[in-house]
Design a protein around this ligand. Structure first.
Ligand code: ZN
Ligand code: ZN
Length: 243
């Protein structure tokens, strides 16, 4: 996993000031020492972090990166100098259903711009989805599926032959997920917008080694934020882990 691919996976820019990795590279021919990873929860930092970060692409490495945000060296220093850890609670009401979500992160205050910016690595997608199965519909929220994956896994495990489960955005109607059972075969079609599943190389086909995490596709050559994937498995072998 090259340094460039690492930055690609982390969004390619400083999460505070938006300074682009590519732009600095074009300007100076190097980005050495210009970008750093900040652990949102420092207590979760792996003791083997410096070794891990140099290793090749692996599940454990991706898990470590997901604990972090990418910052330029200056913003990283400002963040630690101001040292403002914070949690923010979001509240969202739809169809009389009220949902809340707490996020952990850090604040950087700019007195001249009169701004406070909250920096987090956590998903804050308060997006409503409709899960449809034969004859039933559930309105669920993105992070509630995350917090309580059993709604979806239960519905998939109860699928009868030649039926399907689908998830559409409640707002746009766009389909973001389908599980179709044909006798003993199961096909999952996953759109990156859902950002729900983690698929490991053991589950991907032998020839093609890839990871799919939070809607991001990654293999030894590239990182792709816009890629839908299709996973085929035997119905009874189904093993997938919602994040
Ligand atoms: Zn910055
Ligand atoms: Zn830090």
């Amino acid at each position: 996993m090259s340094r460039k691919q690492l930055y690609d996976f982390m969004g390619n820019k400083c999460q505070y000031c938006d300074t682009s990795v590519q732009e600095l590279y074009d300007r100076y021919d190097t980005v050495n020492r210009m970008f750093e990873f900040h652990h949102i929860k420092p207590e979760l930092k792996s003791p083997n972090y410096s070794k891990l970060i140099k290793n090749k692409l692996s599940t454990i490495k991706l898990e470590e990166l997901e604990k972090c945000v990418l910052l330029c060296a200056q913003c990283h220093k400002i963040l630690h100098a101001q040292n403002q850890e914070a949690t923010i609670e979001f509240k969202f009401t739809i169809k009389e259903q009220v949902v809340t979500k707490k996020l952990s992160g850090w604040i950087i205050t700019d007195n001249l711009a009169k701004t406070k910016k909250f920096i987090t690595n956590e998903a804050h997608l308060l997006h409503p989805y409709l899960i449809k199965t034969s004859g039933k519909e559930f309105l669920v929220f993105h992070f509630q599926i995350l917090d309580n994956p059993s709604i979806l896994t239960d519905e998939i495990s109860k699928l009868l032959p030649n039926t399907s489960v689908s998830i559409n955005s409640y707002i746009t109607g766009a389909n973001v997920f389908t599980a179709e059972r044909e006798n003993h075969d199961l096909t999952l079609s996953i759109h990156p917008m859902l950002g729900l599943f983690q698929i490991e190389p053991a589950q991907s086909s032998k020839r093609e080694k890839f990871w799919y995490r939070n809607g991001i596709y990654i293999d030894d050559n590239k990182v792709d934020f816009n890629r839908s994937i299709i996973v085929k498995s035997k119905f009874n072998d189904l093993k997938f882990e919602p994040l």
